[in-house]
Ligand binder design. Structure first.
Ligand code: BG6
Length: 587
């Protein structure tokens, strides 16, 4: 969902910025652009994938900004791509976010005779700054005044013809990396990981200026200077390459045993205060969006099942009916890969204002969610580049299981279960025949158009996640049905040849699920089962080890692989499926 990048230093800015934008590609975009200072500001904007700078390449420069745009206001076009130039070409600006009151501001500016080339909300910001400049001597002050009139979650970055970078944040992420006299601005720390050791995370309501090799931080509202506190950024593995795999998705699924071990490597002492707060909270909620929303639901399942805590799972984008119920005695737990999902951040900010304690389990270092949390936990799963979350989902639910076992005083058993799980995952993923078997089934399923999934109890969220993976990667319709609900509606859709994926564990729900299998078989459905024990009603069977209480976590692996091989079979862009982004930092 858009990315911004800025650089000033001794290296060639166009190349540094191009590399930075490539490391931000996973955030989703459909056009991109770079602006640098070479005597005056030069801009190069393109629709489509980030390629080389090409014929209209930019002149050498030591300062510039770049942007990857995921169209929200205004179609995909070079005109609408960022950065946009001010009328006098003194500054160029790019935005990550949405100006919710841009039409109102545009009308006011039009009355003041300002002209607009594009249909973007971003251009309104530029004209607003130009208007403020009439009364204010310094661009930084004009930016501050204009920014205070914007409504919505926006982050802007500005390049000036007199070699300054200015950026202001409210919502979408903004981090600054420092290495000697080299200064980097970006949407995430990953994009300048190899070049810096220290970073500053800019907070909402803050503005930062890089000028003459120095950075100065301001509070936007008061204009007051703020202290600059640099953090050491330790990158698990900042190198972002496929390491021989065809796609990041397969590489990241194969890293699942590693992320389970990362959960195990956390020192249990870090949980003491958190666990105490879970136990004494009046209400405990989990919350997430997309795949992380499903992980939130599975974490709630484990906390109920093993921790005996009545946890309510929330979906980030639909929580309004809970706002009046939140109290200072409550606790909210947010699993998130990026820690920047706008839907979830909005709810967390409302909850925090009501005194709700916030806990987060995040993968990307330096995120907003981590910084705003009372209890901060990191997945340390390494960069997850594929837009479709796999290893981080696995990490999130394994973490939820571990927490639930600590709450129930069975930390040792929990750790032993996860250790066994990691070992069984390793074996499963190493067996080439497992991949071949799944590839064959993927070829069959890729030819269908409606795929149904059945599951219950610990596997209900697993089939929901399987549904999401198939939809995200194959653009086919998939539908997760609670096994017990089949007879109440979905059974009408069962007829000869309908593909039904069943995920079943040797648990209390097994008989109900097998009963549902009988019902769909009786109507001619083709059943593909994932589980540890074959039953004669299965037409196809993907066998996994029985890992007991963590069986559901084992079951997600063949489902993720199935979704991967289906997307691959269909020739889709596996790591960057159409229309979706890795991190949705706007509502
Ligand atoms: C979606 C991603 O846009 O955001 C999903 O495509 C992800 O993979 C969801 O689960 C939530 O993102 P995050 O960063 O909060 O886990």
């Amino acid at each position: 969902m858009c990315g911004i990048f800025g650089y000033v230093g001794s290296k060639n800015a166009p190349e540094i910025i191009l590399e930075g934008l490539k490391r931000l590609e996973y955030r989703g975009y459909d056009s991109w652009g770079i602006a640098v200072v070479a005597d005056e500001i030069k801009v190069n904007k393109k629709v489509g994938a980030i390629g080389d700078l090409g014929a209209a390449s930019l002149p050498g420069s030591t300062i510039g900004i770049g942007h990857t745009r995921w169209a929200t206001h205004g179609g995909v076009s070079e005109t609408n791509a960022h950065p946009h130039l001010s009328s006098d070409k003194f500054f160029a600006l790019a935005q990550n976010g949405i100006v919710e009151n841009y039409l109102e501001l545009k009308e006011i500016l039009k009355k003041k005779k300002y002209k607009f080339e594009s249909s973007t909300d971003t251009e309104v910001i530029i004209r607003l700054i130009e208007n403020k400049l009439l009364d204010l001597s310094h661009l930084k002050e004009a930016v501050r005044a204009a920014f205070l009139e914007l409504e919505g979650r926006n982050t802007i970055i500005i390049l000036t013809a007199d070699n300054q970078l200015i950026a202001a944040r409210n919502g979408s992420p903004l981090v600054v990396g420092i290495s000697g006299k080299e200064i980097f601005f970006s949407s995430d720390t990953l994009s300048f990981a190899p070049f810096v050791k220290k970073a500053l995370v800019v907070d909402n309501g803050q503005l930062i200026v890089a000028s003459n090799g120095q950075i100065t931080l301001f509070d936007i509202k008061s204009g007051q200077k703020l202290p600059v506190v640099l953090d050491n950024i330790d990158f698990e593995s900042s190198k972002v390459d496929k390491e021989g795999y065809e796609h990041f998705m397969l590489k990241e699924i194969v890293e699942s045993p590693y992320v389970i071990n990362q959960v195990l490597n956390q020192d249990p002492k870090v949980y003491e205060d958190f666990i105490r707060n879970i136990k004494k909270a009046k209400n405990v909620y989990t919350i997430g969006s997309g795949t992380a929303g499903i992980a939130a639901s599975q974490i709630a399942f484990y906390l109920r099942e093993f921790g005996k805590i009545a946890v309510v799972p929330l979906i980030g984008a639909d929580t309004n009916d809970y706002f009046d119920l939140l109290t200072r005695d409550d606790l909210m737990i947010a699993p998130s890969q990026s820690g920047e999902t706008a839907d979830v951040l909005e709810v967390l900010e409302i909850a925090k204002k009501k005194g709700v304690k916030i806990a987060s389990y995040v993968n990307m270092p330096g995120s907003t969610m981590t910084r705003m949390s009372d209890f901060k936990f990191m997945a340390k799963a390494g960069p997850e580049i594929c837009v479709m979350s796999t290893k981080v989902f696995t990490s999130q639910i394994a973490w939820g299981y571990m927490i639930s076992k600590i709450i129930s005083g069975q930390e040792k058993e929990g750790a032993a279960s996860l250790k066994k799980l990691a070992g069984e995952m390793e074996i499963y993923l190493d067996i080439k025949n497992n991949h071949e078997q799944i590839k064959k089934l993927a070829k069959k399923l890729a030819k269908t158009k409606d795929i149904f999934l059945l599951g219950k109890y610990q596997n209900f969220n697993i089939i929901r996640e399987g549904m999401v993976k198939i939809i995200e990667g194959s653009y086919l319709h998939a539908h997760a049905i609670p096994a017990g609900d089949l007879k109440h509606y979905a059974i009408t859709l069962m007829e000869k040849g309908v593909p039904v994926i069943v995920v079943v564990s040797e648990d209390v729900a097994k008989d109900d699920v097998l009963n549902a299998v009988n019902q769909v078989k009786a109507r001619g459905a083709q059943v593909l089962a994932i589980g540890s024990k074959k039953h004669e009603q299965f037409d196809y069977f993907l066998e996994v080890a029985d890992t007991g209480e963590t069986s559901a976590i084992m079951n997600i692996i063949p489902l993720q692989l199935l979704a991967y091989y289906m997307a691959f079979e269909l020739g889709n862009n596996v790591d960057k499926p159409r229309n979706i982004a890795k991190s949705v930092t706007v509502k």
